[in-house]
Every structure is written in C-alpha cells, then in structure tokens.
Write a protein that binds this ligand. Structure first.
Ligand code: NAI
Length: 663
C-alpha cells in the first residue's frame, strides 16, 4: 500500500475520532485540477480508507481543498492533449471511473466540503461522495463547463448529476455549461448542506460523518423526466432549445449528450457505461481540440498581465459618460473598483450612472451589495477624483485636439504612477500624446462595445509609450476581469483593422447584388456569431463609414454612404441595410443551398484572415497565437475553428483562389 507520507498533491491524516482527512493541495499549482497524479494519489487514499473501514480503524472520510480559494476547477485540461485516439481515452477513464464507484460504495461515510469553484471533474468527484457541504460564499460555484470544451462530463457525472438533481435540473446545467451558486445548487439537490464560511467546513464534515448523514437524491416530479414518454417530450424540447443557441455541425457535444439521455436516461447504470462510449470520440474531435486551444489562448491573454509589479489599482477616473465611458465606469465598479465619472454634461453623467442599474442587478444578489456598488460610482463633474485615481481613462468625443487639450490638463493633476489612458478607437496614440511633457506615459486602453459582454480589451502601445505603463495597463485590465491584448499602435489596432476589410468586402458583394440575408447566413454557417451586414447595422453605419475611411476604404457613392446621408444608421435609427423591428432585423430568408453557404462563408472570412497575416508580419501583436486570441475574443470569430491563423493552416482553411476576384 502507498505510503501516505509520500503523497505530493494530497495531505492525508487520521484524527483521534478515527476520521480520515484528505486535503487536496496540488503541488506547485495555484488551483486544484484533477490530473493523472492527483487522481492516482486519490486512488491510494481510497484504498487506505477501504482498509481502515474493514479493520474499523477509520469511521469516515472527509475530502477538502487545501487551497485558499477553490475546491477543484475540473480535470487537468493540459493533459487532454495526450489522447490521440478513442481507445486511449477509454483506457485512461477506466481507473478513474472505478475509483469513483469505490468511493460511492465505501462502507463508511465519505463527505466533501466545498468552497470556491467546484467544476467539471471536481463536481463529478463530489457527486460520488455520500454527502456534500458547501460554503454560502459568493465565490462558491458548481457546474459542468465541459460543453465549452466540446465534450460533456466523462467521469460518470452525466448519470450521477441526473440521479442527484433530476433530469430537469441536471441536463440544462450540463447543456449550457453554466455555473450556479451554492444556494441554487442546494435547491437543485447537488449540495446537501450550506455553511457560512470555509472555517465551518471541517466541523460540518465531522458532524456529517459522525451522524452518518447521506444525501437524498432529488426524487419526485423532477425525475419523472427520466421515464418514457416524459423523456421523449423533454428530449425534443432540449434539442429545440439547444439548436436555438448552437449549431449541431459546429458544436456536437450538447446534442450527443441529449442522445445519451434519450437512449439511456431511464437506466442510470446503462447511462454510465454509454457515457464513456459517447465521450471518447468527442474528446479526440477537431472541435474539442480547437475549443481547448481557445481555453489556452484565454490563459495566455491573462498571462499578459505582469505579476512582478506592485500595481494594485482600486480607484478609476473615467472622463466622458457617453456610450463607452458610462459602461466602462459601471464595469469597473461591478469588479469592485471605486469610480469617479466626469463629463461636460451633468445630464450625461446622471444617465450614464442610471444605466448601470441593470448590470449591478445582474452582478449582485443582495440589496446591500447593489447599494454598495451604487455608492462606489460617483458623479464627478469637476474632476475631483483625478488626483486620487490609479487609472484615468478618457472616453470623450473622437477629436484629436479636444483629447490633446484634455490630457495636457490632466498631466499636472494625476498622481505619480497612475495610468493615463485613452479609449480612442481611431486616433493614433502618438498624435494624442503630442504636446504632453511626458508623452511616454500615455497608452490606449481600448474597450469594445458593449463593454459588459466583450471579454477583450486592447492595450495599445504607442511608439512613445513606456513599457512599464503598458504593463500596468495590462494589470488593470486583468484586475477588472477582462483579457488584455498588447497591440502596437496602428490604424484600427488589431480587431477593427481585421474586421474592416471583412465587412467592407461583404458590403461590396451586397452592392453587386447578393442578398444581405444570404451573406449573413453564409457567415453564420462558417461560425461567425452574427453576419457582417447585420453586424454593420448593429455597430452603426456612421461608425462603419468612419472606421472604413480611416483604414483607407472609400465609401464614395456606395449604398453605405447613401444610407448614412439619409440618416439610416442601422439598429439605432430603426433602418440601415435592414429595417429593424423590436431590436431585430427583418429578414426574408430563402432556403439556401448548403454548399453555397459554406463556399460563400469561406470567401467572406478570407479578407479577415489575410489582414491577420499582415498584422502578424508587421508585428502588430507578438505572435500568431495572440492574433488568434485577439480575433476570437474581440470579434467572436468561430471559436471551434481555433482562430483565423490556426484555421488557415488547417484542412479547409487554405486561401480560395476564386476569392481573390471577389474582393
Ligand atoms: P459619446 O458621444 O457617446 O460620448 C462622449 C461623451 O464625452 C459625451 O457625453 C460628451 O458630453 C463627453 N465629452 C465630450 N468632450 C468632453 C470633455 N472635454 N470633457 C468631458 N466630457 C466630454 O461617445 P462614445 O461612443 O462613448 O465614444 C467615446 C470614445 O470611445 C471615443 O474616443 C470613441 O472613439 C471610443 N470608442 C467608441 C466605441 C463605440 O462603439 N462607441 C468603441 C470603442 C471606443
């Protein structure tokens, strides 16, 4: 038997009440993930506890995390790459599944205590235990994010979660990949008991073991959905709901999960066995590989924030309370910052602040937290917050002289070491910095609209910008839970620069007679979240024409220009390329040929990919991976294709010769 003192990822002990404690604290990692070694070590622990239960030297097992902030974030995604075929996947799963079955069959109580994230494989481990206790803390979340990686739970979590929470609770959770708070998880039956804080977990676990508490799986109507014919009804509803969100040819995992439930949802043992069969092909699929790549790209972006500088921004001053400034201010407040919001117009400030109510309601559960957020968002017409701010962001009118004057006036007022940033989308940072006594201080922090939904923020390095300021900019962006991408100053930065030729090319094709509906559907068939024509209407045709001009696309005499002249600016005025009703474009779609859609879709993204290649060659961002990361998180470029440059090197992503003529 393994020596319990030799464990590296777990600490094991048996106390005077004969309770065994397994504390998961993965060596050299800030978070616990279930990689090969921790799973093997857990296997050894289970063997030890089984022996102790047999000779009555152990009366129960408590599984807790040794990390301050989280229980288990899931299986170790880094290790997924080693699987090249389905048989490998099945072979690797077998011992884990056996171990979880042994936990479930353990003759003494096995209890787990959860604080922070309990996701994916972590939740599957928790579900094999006999009783689950979680902290009520806001940071405690449970869920199955697997579909986001192109798979579904593979440690028998599909069957166990259905047993525990009923099909109507567990299936939507697995299909959406969403996380729930502890209280909601308790209501669903995934958690049995809540405690106030992490300090209460061991005590509650001890009590649960000595009282031999066992979870009672959710029965009743929720589980009726497992029975045929109720299952049939539920399944068709699930298929329809899922199809509204994703396409089966792009994201097969949720559809395979529904198939699994349809076939085996009435017999959970059969479902456990079938889960592995259906899981293995997904794990080695191109889609899952690409989605894992996106996950790694996200980590890479987060890593752009330096860890070696002592810059912990807490106070932000935003100047300009229009579309962007107000939402930037609101977002920073929602992330815990204190924000002063300045504008020439008191009315703009008041409206901008009022508009953040929705975000705060979504973000904060209690009135106290919402009120605290409101109190952190301070109207500041005179700029009193400037000297105290760690970060000052300008989001005023897009005019170079006005911005220059503003920054000149800021120079003497800002505190030493504070970040000075502009949110400009089209003016060169160098031009705005001209005239400053310390032009090296200015950087761009370029948010995308809508701020709350767009995960990427470009951190613009002007020719003059000091490296330290760029690094502080990245630290700030990470502190407000966005992904920073360092971009060399150039017209359009990265995201707008690659979007412009894509959208202009689509508008040209429209001009030449192709239907807007066909072009939009083709782009969606490729995997874009929204077609280019609908996107142009959504962004605003005035903005499109403006950005296009700056990037050298002439709109002279075009339909775009005629629409702008007629003040038909798209969604915001009710008409652009489309007529808009109730916030949606009115489309007359025809049954297009699938092959046509696929061909046109590939042609449409071609100018975007070519611009990405140019950006890489010009060193606009540092690497091909970062170009892909920026374009996926900044434009929504088909994540399952792994990014534009990755797609280019994959089968099917080669440049189409016919396309050259289309541009
Ligand atoms: P906006 O027109 O909605 O708001 C600008 C606000 O600035 C107005 O409330 C105005 O009263 C105020 N303002 C003007 N001059 C001022 C001054 N000297 N001091 C204080 N306040 C002043 O503009 P929007 O769309 O919010 O754009 C702001 C900046 O963000 C621009 O630089 C724009 O290029 C950039 N941007 C805009 C995006 C968008 O989608 N609208 C996306 C990303 C960046």
């Amino acid at each position: 038997m393994t020596d319990m003192n030799s464990l590296r990822d777990w600490r094991f002990s048996i106390d005077e009440q004969q309770i065994a404690w397994a504390i998961f604290d993965r060596e050299g990692e800030s978070q616990n993930s279930l990689g090969r070694r921790p799973l093997e070590e857990l296997g050894a622990i289970i063997e030890r506890v089984e022996a102790g239960a047999r000779d009555r030297s152990i009366v129960g097992l408590a599984i807790l995390s040794g990390k301050e902030k989280g229980f288990i974030v899931g299986a170790d995604v880094r290790e997924f790459e080693q699987f090249t075929n389905e048989a490998d996947v099945r072979t690797a799963l077998r011992p884990v599944l056996d171990m979880l079955d042994r936990i479930e069959k353990m003759p003494v109580p096995v209890v787990c205590g959860i604080h922070g994230f309990c996701l994916g494989g972590g939740l599957e481990l928790a579900l094999a235990c006999h009783y689950r206790i979680a902290t009520r803390d806001d940071s405690t979340r449970v869920g199955f994010p697997e579909v986001r990686l192109g798979i579904f739970p593979g440690f028998n979590g599909t069957a166990r979660s259905i047993r525990q929470a009923g099909a109507l609770g567990a299936m939507p959770m697995m299909l959406s990949g969403s996380m729930v708070r502890a209280s909601a998880a308790r209501a669903m039956g995934l958690i049995d008991e809540l405690v106030a804080s992490p300090a209460n977990l061991s005590w509650a676990a001890r009590k649960a073991i000595t009282q031999k508490r066992r979870s009672k799986p959710m029965g009743g109507w929720r589980n009726l959905a497992r029975l045929w014919p109720a299952r049939n009804l539920v399944v068709s509803k699930m298929r329809a709901e899922t199809a509204k969100k994703v396409r089966e040819d792009h994201y097969p995992a949720p559809f395979r999960l529904i198939d699994l439930f349809e076939l085996h949802g009435g017999n959970l043992d059969a479902m456990k066995a079938a889960e592995t069969q259906a899981f293995a092909p997904l794990m080695v699929s191109e889609t899952s590989r690409n989605l894992r790549r996106v996950f790694k790209l996200m980590e890479m972006l987060k890593a752009q924030a330096p860890k070696d500088i002592n810059f912990k921004p807490q106070r932000v001053h935003v100047i300009g309370a229009g579309v962007m400034g107000a939402d930037i201010a609101g977002w920073c407040v929602a992330q815990g910052m204190e924000v002063t919001l300045q504008d020439l117009s008191a009315d703009a400030i008041a409206k901008g602040i009022a508009a953040q109510g929705k975000l705060f309601s979504r973000r904060f559960r209690t009135k106290a937290l919402k009120d605290a957020a409101k109190a952190r968002l301070i109207a500041d017409p005179n700029g009193d917050g400037i000297p105290r701010a760690d970060v000052v962001i300008e989001a005023i009118v897009e005019k170079v002289e006005v911005k220059q004057n503003l920054f000149k006036s800021l120079e003497g007022k800002m505190k030493l070491g504070a970040v000075m940033a502009t949110n400009t989308s089209s003016i060169m940072i160098e031009d705005i910095a001209a005239g400053l006594s310390d032009p090296g201080r200015l950087i761009g922090i370029h948010f995308f609209n809508p701020v709350a939904q767009m995960p990427l923020v470009e951190v613009i390095r002007g020719k003059q910008s000091r490296e330290d300021e760029v690094r502080k900019g990245c630290a700030f962006v990470t502190a407000i839970d966005k992904f920073p991408l360092i971009v060399k100053s150039n017209p359009g930065f990265l995201v707008n620069r690659v979007l412009a030729p894509y959208m202009m090319n689509a508008m040209l094709r429209l001009e030449k007679g192709e239907a807007a509906e066909l072009l939009d559907e083709a782009a969606r068939t490729f995997g874009m979240p929204m077609g280019p024509i609908e996107l142009a209407d959504t962004v605003g045709l005035d903005i499109c024409a403006h950005v296009g001009r700056i990037l050298g696309f002439s709109a002279d005499g075009s339909r775009l220009e005629r629409l702008v002249a007629a003040n038909k600016l798209g969604k915001k005025t009710g008409e652009g390329f489309y007529v808009w009703k109730d916030g949606k474009p009115v489309k007359t779609e025809k049954p297009y040929d699938k092959r046509d859609l696929e061909r046109i879709g590939r042609e449409l993204v071609e100018p975007l990919i070519r611009e990405c290649e140019k950006c890489l060659a010009e060193g606009i961002v540092e690497s091909a991976d970062l170009v892909d990361a920026g374009v996926i998180f900044g434009t929504g470029f088909a994540p399952f294709r792994g990014g534009p440059l990755h797609y280019r090197t994959s089968a099917g992503g080669q440049a189409a010769p016919a396309q050259q003529a289309a541009e």
